[in-house]
Write a protein that binds this ligand. Structure first.
Ligand code: DGJ
Length: 716
């Protein structure tokens, strides 16, 4: 009988992952990098041989997929578990490997003494080139097994990844990033907010000092999880570096009884020789084609009208109908009735949890509003915040015990609300029943599902339950979607605090940020684009004077910024100037004309100049492209530099034009606008010239924007 293979390989055209899977030994990663077409796993393993060094053990210690404590490796373990102080030293060796093809692998390992098994499920998507790893631990004995940490994988990072980009931010300024060069020791980001968090988007990019958006080595990692998380990269004294990502548990939070299994959230990873754009494109495709459930993949993303910044809690049927009429006239296709329609919710201190239509404000229910919305050819959507309750609500008065709490410790109210305990079935039944009734009664096809606070006291029956709560939220979303197969859900959490590939399995759109300030949004959306594609990125045109920053920005810039996302409006249309409404209407018509390209093409960010934010989308067949160039601030040179149009076909010729804004752009003339007839019929250039050389940018005012449209012309 042939001896079982020592190595397993997962490959795509671009990438290869080689694992050592010898039966009875600890599995480990031998290689993760560009596809090797002419080498064997054996030779790569041999080329990786290390030696012992003076002052240390007499042999070089091998890592494993979880770097258990018992491997003896110096860095932090990928698994921390015990049974009342015993079995902390579990060490897993391969018992069974299943591989049906070259993109899916299952490695089952076990510690036969401790009677704990672990199963690594690793796949490398053949068309998209993103790997997914999820790891499951099973307790096989009567004694409870406590898990304090279980990363999906300890992924070795090669030494050329000597820089890291991680994400930070705050409410209304999410998805900012920070670059650092690697250093000896541990880089750790922990999130214990009970949601993905405004400041801890669970992702990392690894790169080197020559990498930019279009060139150089880059790798991206993301944990598909909306609860507490930990991300760490450890550069060890032995010269090796490992990345770990997983759920962050509070003490005693994850305890397995006999036969129970814990499965980590999925860790996604991809790398490329072609810079950050290429990594983002792989992640975008993976999200759209492998993670989201596809219910709207081939349907146009409807333009929204959201009522929040228009009326806040000041609802009236008459006013909302007038706004709906105006919104439809301007081009909205979906009307989303935000917070304030239910119970006693006349401000943010009351009514949360009372999911029935407010009798004071809507004595006859929402029938008139919803049917007027539909008569206007819009869909009717509604806001909910299922996981929360105001102490001043009928729900809380009736069920004060339905909340998460740390017994004996006063609640920390946040936005005047407490968190419901979704690990209780009676709570989820209540929410399911009440919200489904609203959906059915008013034929709601869209839910904006909000979550407006961190969870400071995630206790239920004395135990920590953030993990169980997160899974219960997913389960409730899944159940509602199963009940209503047309239902779309937007994941909102005071803006972008629940934005990740975990929640996107059950939702269709992310509310990227509460800030509708177009200038801030340029940064926020650019940051989000590392992992989130434009089709899920909710982007609204807000009022002239931003309610959050107080900044006044032109309608042309506000519209152009929302144009590069899933576009919507969120402003009081009765208060804006007529000329601005005319601009808004034109921008929406233009967005509809180009949204298929925006939402299905390949996305690119351009490097510099720092004064500008240049992003674009090129269709898959490279026959058209749309690029946005926003001048954020002054540049230090008299004139700005060139704008390059990455992603075109160099053998193709393109007609290039400026399609936005519609009025004068450059404060001085003549300029490239006239010489290349950019505001007129446009000019034709080779894709090569537009990509490699680029076009001179015209002089623009700060806080203004241009949109270029490029269309391939038939080659003669
Ligand atoms: C926070 C959200 O991010 C806003 O868009 C809005 O829905 C409010 N909550 C409503 O309370």
């Amino acid at each position: 009988m042939a001896s079982p293979p020592k190595y397993a390989t997962l490959s795509t055209d671009q990438t290869q992952l080689i694992l050592y899977i010898q039966f009875g030994a600890q599995p480990h990663i031998v290689y993760w990098g560009p596809a090797l077409t002419n080498s064997t796993p054996e030779e790569i393993a041999l080329l990786s041989e290390r030696q012992w060094a003076f002052g240390g053990p007499n042999l070089d210690i091998q890592p494993s997929l979880s770097n258990e404590i018992a491997t003896g490796l110096s860095g932090p373990p990928g698994i921390i578990l015990d049974r009342d102080g015993l079995d902390w030293d579990a060490l897993f060796t391969v018992e069974k490997v299943s591989q049906q093809n070259d993109h899916e692998l299952k490695i089952q390992c076990r510690d036969t003494q401790a009677k704990i098994s672990i199963c690594y499920e690793i796949s490398l998507c053949p068309e998209i080139d993103v790997f997914t790893v999820s790891t499951s631990l099973t307790n096989e004995t009567e004694m409870p097994l406590r898990i304090d940490w279980c990363t999906a994988l300890c992924l070795p990072l090669e030494q050329h990844f000597d820089h890291m980009r991680s994400f930070k931010g705050k409410w209304a300024y999410e998805f900012q990033h920070e670059d650092i060069s690697t250093f000896r020791g541990s880089f750790v980001r922990e999130n214990k907010s009970g949601r993905t968090g405004h400041d801890t988007f669970p992702a990392l990019l690894a790169f080197n000092n020559t990498t930019n958006e279009t060139n150089g080595l880059a790798a991206g990692f993301h944990l598909g999880w909306s609860g507490n998380s930990r991300l760490r990269v450890d550069h060890q004294a032995d010269g090796r570096a490992f990345l770990q990502m997983g759920e962050l548990f509070f003490p005693g939070e994850m305890v397995l009884a006999k036969g129970e299994t814990y499965r980590t959230p999925p860790l996604y990873g991809a790398q490329s020789k072609n810079g950050f754009n290429s990594v983002s494109q792989k992640f975008h495709d993976h999200l759209n084609h492998k993670i989201m459930d596809g219910r709207i993949l081939n349907r146009p993303r409807k333009v929204h009208y959201n009522t929040w910044e228009a009326v806040y809690f000041d609802h009236s049927e008459e006013k909302l109908i007038v706004l709906a009429e105006k919104a439809a006239e301007i081009g909205a296709e979906r009307f989303v009735l935000d917070d304030g329609w239910f119970g006693g919710r006349r401000n943010d201190s009351k009514g949360l949890g009372d999911w029935w239509v407010s009798k004071d404000v809507y004595p006859n229910g929402l029938h008139r509003l919803a049917s007027r919305v539909r008569d206007l050819n819009m869909e009717f959507g509604i806001w909910v915040e299922p996981e929360m309750v105001n102490p001043d609500s009928d729900l809380f008065r009736e069920h004060p015990d339905w909340i998460l709490e740390i017994k004996g410790t006063p609640q920390i109210p946040s936005r005047n609300q407490f968190v419901l305990d979704l690990t209780r079935q009676d709570v989820t039944e209540y929410l399911y029943e009440k919200i489904c009734t609203i959906i059915k009664t008013y034929d709601v096809t869209y839910l904006k599902w909000d979550m407006n606070r961190d969870i400071h006291h995630p206790g239920s029956q004395g135990r920590a339950v953030t993990s169980a709560q997160t899974r219960a939220v997913y389960q409730l979303m899944r159940r509602m979607r199963d009940t209503f197969p047309r239902l779309e859900i937007e994941s909102c959490s005071s803006g972008g605090a629940r934005a990740d590939y975990g929640v996107l399995q059950y939702t269709d759109r992310i509310w990227t940020s509460d800030s509708n300030d177009a200038l801030d949004r340029q940064n926020i959306q650019r940051g989000a684009s590392y992992f989130l594609p434009l089709n899920v990125m909710g982007a609204h045109v807000g009022p002239e004077k931003c309610h959050i920053t107080g900044r006044r920005l032109s309608m042309a810039l506000r519209a152009a910024t929302a144009f590069f996302g899933h576009m919507g409006m969120e402003l009081n249309l009765l208060e804006e100037r007529q000329e601005d409404l005319a601009i808004l209407k034109k921008s929406i018509a233009l967005h509809k004309q180009h949204r298929n390209l925006l939402h299905t093409g390949q996305f690119f960010r351009q490097d510099g100049p720092e004064s500008h934010n240049i992003i674009g989308v090129v269709s898959r067949d490279k026959t058209e492209a749309i690029y946005s160039c926003t001048k954020l601030t002054h540049h230090s040179t008299t004139l700005p530099g060139l704008c390059k149009f990455t992603g075109l076909n160099s053998d193709q010729r393109y007609r290039i034009k400026i399609i936005w804004p519609l009025s004068e752009i450059s404060p001085t003339a003549p300029s490239i606008l006239e010489s290349a007839k950019l505001l007129d019929s446009g000019s034709v250039f080779s894709g090569e010239a537009l990509m490699r050389h680029g076009i001179q940018l015209p002089l623009m005012m700060p806080e203004s924007n241009l949109i270029y449209y490029l269309e391939a012309i038939k080659n003669d």
